[in-house]
Ligand binder design. Sequence first.
Ligand SMILES: [Zn+2]
Length: 178
Amino acid sequence: MNATNDTLMNIRDDLVVSLDYTLKVDGAVIDRSENGEPIQFIQGQGHVIPGLERQLYGMTIGESKLLVIPPAEGYGVVDDNAYANIPRSQFPSDIPLELGVALQLRDQRGEVLNATIEEINQEAVRLNFNHPLAGKELIFTVKVVDLREATQEEMDHGHVHHPDDEDEDWDGEEEEDE
Ligand SMILES: [Zn+2]
């Protein structure tokens, strides 16, 4: 790796991107990278939402941008079919019956589904299975902190390795997304 080249790098596939970001939805900051701790990911592997990844191409180290991501390239549009009415008598008694409460259910195949309570009436509880950010425009303020080539090992594993982890042989199974 050559320091002189690094400063001329533009974001492209297979580069490790270190990114500071702030995410605003409906005018409020809902997520941001920790101060001094940019997120790191390999560009082109779908580790960040599609619209963000797409709009990062070509950016250089030190560059900042305001990126507007439409719902379809963010957390999706609202699916009018992703709702279900559960009779109140069948609603689990250990879950608080309040609007906006998030819960997890299992479908017939055992897959976990996330839902929020959308409406409560005398007979039924209406659940919304859309992602809470579905239908929302995402406003990212990003700054590219660093760029480097992903190592062969990182490409093989499909994730970024940190210098501190050097002597660990991550298989990726136990690693949580940052
Ligand atoms: Zn690994």
